[in-house]
Design a protein around this ligand. Sequence first.
Ligand code: ZN
Length: 300
Amino acid sequence: MSVVLFFIDGLGIGSRGIANPFDGLANSAPLAVFKNEAPSMLDGLDGVVVPTDACLGIEGRPQSASGQTTILTGVNAPALLGYHKQGFPNRALLEIIREHSLFLKLKNAGVAPITFANAYTKRFFADRPRWVSATTAAVEAAGLTFRTVDDLRNGRAVFQDFTNRILIEWGEDVPLRTAHEAAEVLAAIANQSEFTLYEYFITDKIGHAQDMEAARAVLQNLALLIRQMLAHVDLARTSVILTSDHGNIEDLSSHNHTLNEVPTMVWGANRDSIASRIKSLADITPAIVESLTEKATASG
Ligand SMILES: [Zn+2]
């Protein structure tokens, strides 16, 4: 049994209307989910959508640092802090991550191999001091190594901008990748691992920029990446879980994050038992740990 966690920053379930880039957008399954509507994602993709609470009982707009910490630890980080924390985790969040990281929980339970599929640039390894994202801290908590741009060149990593366009703008000698090519690499990593995390941020950036044209282009390509990945992953033994930290891109009428629920989507093995456990972002880590360790018990 294995799990892929596909994290998308700033993707909520919005209402239809001119501010929602999904409305009327062709080829946007499975990502196009609308408030109070049965999802259209089931067009040939055998998944379920769980509308998931990202507000976590705390007033204000959900933010990335506390939301991602919650997803990656199972700890309700905004409740612990008393507020939603933007950007990068502060010391309190880093402490939560170092103690409760999903990667650490899996490692301690003997689940292996576990991996973060994203490529990091040389700048990440060289810059000191550096801002540490929730994900970086979660990976470091388990002592895992990071994939590099060299790994990416060798077909063993995917950049957060899976097309590589941003890497090329930064001067890296890498080829542009199609969604299909990136999906094959991601699926190959997933098929060799018991747990794989991939994360994607551009959706949140575009939401803040309120750029409808970019939103529609990026969402179609992202939907294609997900469809292709699902086609290349062995769903008989793999659960694919997609989720987000808060809404944003689904409502371009504002440059802020939204209060909308986020779509947690689940495909493949253990689909229904995983989906049935999830109500808020704090349920993602326990669902993954349970799914991967129950199997270990059953076969042991
Ligand atoms: Zn944001």
